[in-house]
Every structure is written in C-alpha cells, then in structure tokens.
Design a protein around this ligand. Structure first.
Ligand SMILES: Nc1ncnc2c1ncn2[C@@H]1O[C@H](COP(=O)(O)OP(=O)(O)O)[C@@H](O)[C@H]1O
Ligand SMILES: [Mg+2]
Length: 408
C-alpha cells in the first residue's frame, strides 16, 4: 500500500494549509477541497481516486460538514470512508450532530497536531482490520442478503421488502430474488400481482439435499421489474414443512447467482427467521414511531447484540404507516440509541392502491416521497461494489437517486 490518502475539506485556506503541511510531513498524501461542493464534484468524477480518510470542517458556506458527511454516507462508494469532523464548534450537542451525520471522530479546533495524527492512525488501522474481516466473510461476487424485519406486525415489513427488491432490480438492471419467509401469510407475490404455481413448500417436499439450480429456478417466479419471487407456501398449514436447513440451503444456493437477495420475514424470532437473519449481510430493522413498537425494537436489538451481530449489520428504518400521532423522530433515535438509516414518510392512499393493483410504489409512483426514500435506501444498501449495469445507459432510477443524493 502507498501513502494513505487524506482529503481535507475546509473553507479556511489557512486552516487547510496548516493541516495539509502537517499531514504531508507525517507521510500522508493530502488532497484539499475548499468547500463540500468542490469535494463532492471531485469525488463524483468517474476516475476519482477515493481517499482513505476524510477530515472535514463543520461550519462552511453552502453545504456544511454534517450535510457533507451525510452525502458520504449516502453514496455506496464512500459510505465506508472514515470521517473526522474538525471544528470550532464545541459542546456536546454539536458533537452528537456530527456523530448522527455519520462522523467517526470529532475534534475541536485548535487541535493538537500530534493528537490529530494519532486519531487518523487509529481510524485507518481500524478500517484496515474491518476490511480484512469483511474480505474473509464477504466475497464481492456473492449476493448481499438483505432481510427486512420487525418484531411488530403491520409496520410495513412486506411493503418495504417488495419495494426494496424492485428498486435494487431497477437501479442495477439485474435480477433480484425476493424470498418470502412470512410463511403463514406470505404476500410478496400478491403485492406484485403474481400467481405462483410453486412455492417453498415444493422445495420442502423434495428435501434440501434434492434441490438443484434448475429446480430452484423453476420455483422463482419472474416479475417484469427483474424481481424473482420465491413464494411462501400457499396455505398456512404448510408453513411447518419449511425448516431452517431448507432456508439455509436455498439462500446459500442463490447467493453466488445474484448480486442481491431480499428476504421478507414474519414478526417473530423463530428458527427459520433466525436462520435467515444469521445468514444476512444486512438487517433492515423496521419500526414505527410509537411506544409499543419502540419496546419490541429495543428487545430485538438486545437479541441481535446477544447473537453478536456486528452493529453495521443493522440499519434502523422508521416507517409511517399512519398519518398522525407518532413520536418525534428525535425521541425515537434517543430511545434506540441508534441514528435512523432512513425515514419513510406516510403515503395516505398510495400504499393501499399499490397493494390493490399489485404494482409496488417505486414503480407506480416513483416520485412520491415514500418512494424516493425507498429508492435511496436501496441505493444505500447496494454496498461498495454495486453490480455493473447490463444496459449501456444507467437506469432512470439510478440517475434520479444519484441526483437526490447529490442534493441531499
Ligand atoms: N409509509 C406508509 N404509508 C402508508 N401506508 C403504509 C406505509 N407503509 C406501510 N403501509 C401500509 O401498512 C399496512 C401493513 O403493511 P405490510 O407491509 O403488510 O406490513 P407487515 O409486513 O409489517 O405486516 C399495509 O396496508 C400497507 O399498505
Ligand atoms: Mg408482512
């Protein structure tokens, strides 16, 4: 590895110069941008060389450091880059804002150069260790398995799973399996207006050892968007035939064939659900802004902690299936001790219409606010190396989301 590359973003030329000189003298390669906008323009060019770490000022004319940090976190290519916020703004609340925006460290000016260098080294070392672990466990050619989960029913898990799968398929113009593990009342096929002939129950009939790629392919029903649904059994009494081993086998077989898999789950921890959650790279923990839901969400987080799931495996997403009376977002975040990865606003009639017509919101109303949130969530979950697009031109959805992320 060559010299670690550090991007310094600071509107004060003097301050930027001091940091640059100091870091260059310590053996880092330093790029400087005098505004967040300039940094984003540089990072967005096709041949951009990404930094190993970003040091950003907070108070800047135009886009501030928090917004810049959120932009970095919203972009698959930069989501993992460590960020140190450097600012004249002291005080706990400014720091909390920084960490909520996704910063890894926060230093108040004037900063001691030795301390700055130490913090940089610590973050770079931690990043390297994380990459080494990720390299062992996550092969870029293997699907990211994204499960959507909540311990409370009716919060929108199936709606989010279906729309996420469609959005991923559309963004990258690829096929995305959607595995319906809401075994007693699977609705994924219905939400896509598909009438499956086969389901997980047919695979259970054969037994895990008899499943081959051709059989699996025959059960995955095609939707025009690129989604391939693996339907739940057609009747509730067949739910018991689906075992954790079967689900594990199916996910393991699908994984090398597709860049993403999305899993819809029931609102409980049973063995089948846990098998899927264990195997997932990301769990979208969906919640609504009400006390009862916060309680079960906290309980779910405790279980995930006991299972030693790494925090980066979880993304809390707030959904508003009801119009009024929800807790303020700040209170939700405070209660969870976790920033929210996304907020999906309420869409009074559109979701119902989407279910009735069997056309998911991201297709029927791509510009609706909830739809845009779902597309951005899909983009964010696309990971560091999204699959190359099959078509020459990027999809309309991808252009829209990138524009949104730029403006955010
Ligand atoms: N953001 C939203 N705005 C309006 N209605 C929503 C929203 N999200 C979900 N819904 C509605 O909530 C209901 C439950 O959604 P569903 O996805 O079936 O939840 P779950 O799978 O968690 O039981 C559905 O009628 C759906 O249309
Ligand atoms: Mg459901």
């Amino acid at each position: 590895m060559g010299k670690p590359r550090i991007l310094v973003v600071d509107d004060s030329k003097l301050s930027a110069k001091m940091i640059e000189d100091r870091l260059a003298a310590s053996g880092f390669q330093v790029d400087v941008a005098f505004s967040a906008e300039e940094a984003i323009a540089n990072l967005s060019t096709p041949d951009a060389v990404l930094p190993d770490l970003v040091i950003s000022d907070v108070v800047m004319p135009g886009m501030d450091g928090y917004q810049f940090c959120q932009w970095l976190r919203g972009n698959p290519a930069t989501v993992h880059i460590p960020v140190i916020m450097l600012t004249s703004k002291g005080g706990v609340s400014a720091k909390v804002d920084g960490f909520q925006a996704g910063a890894d460290d926060y230093l108040v000016k004037p900063v001691d150069p030795v301390e700055l260098e130490m913090r940089i080294k610590v973050l770079l070392a931690r990043m390297k260790a994380a990459q080494a672990t990720a390299g062992r466990t996550m092969d870029a050619s293997q699907a990211r398995i994204i499960s959507v989960f909540s311990l409370r029913g009716g919060v929108g898990v199936t709606s989010v799973a279906v729309n996420l799968a469609v959005a991923l398929a559309q963004l990258w113009q690829t096929e995305v399996p959607l595995v319906d593990l809401a075994l007693e009342s699977g609705h994924c096929a219905l939400m896509l207006d598909l009438k499956p002939k086969h389901s997980l129950a047919d695979l259970a009939d054969r037994g895990p050892e008899a499943i081959d790629d051709a059989l699996l392919d025959g059960v995955l029903i095609r939707h025009d968007s690129g989604v391939r649904v693996l339907p739940a059994p057609p009747s509730p009494e067949l739910a018991d035939t689906i075992t954790p081993t079967l689900v594990g086998t199916v996910l393991t077989m699908l994984q090398p064939q597709f860049p993403y898999l999305v899993v819809d789950t029931p609102s409980r921890f049973d063995e089948v659900t846990l098998a899927a959650l264990d195997q997932s790279d990301v769990i979208v923990l969906l919640l609504t802004p009400e006390i009862a839901c916060l309680k079960v969400t906290t309980a779910a987080l405790d279980v995930f902690q006991a299972l030693e799931y790494p925090p980066q495996k979880l993304i809390a997403v707030l959904n508003w299936p009801f119009a009024r009376g929800g807790l303020p977002q700040k209170n939700v975040e405070a209660a969870l001790h976790t920033p929210l990865g996304m907020v999906i606003p309420h869409e009074r009639a559109l979701f119902v219409e989407a279910i009735n017509r069997g056309v998911p919101l991201v297709l029927s109303h791509p510009e609706a606010p909830a739809s845009l949130a779902l597309q951005q969530l899909a983009y964010r979950l696309s990971g560091k190396q999204p699959p190359a697009q099959k078509a020459k031109a990027p999809s309309g959805m991808l252009l829209r989301v990138q524009e949104l992320v730029k403006r955010a």
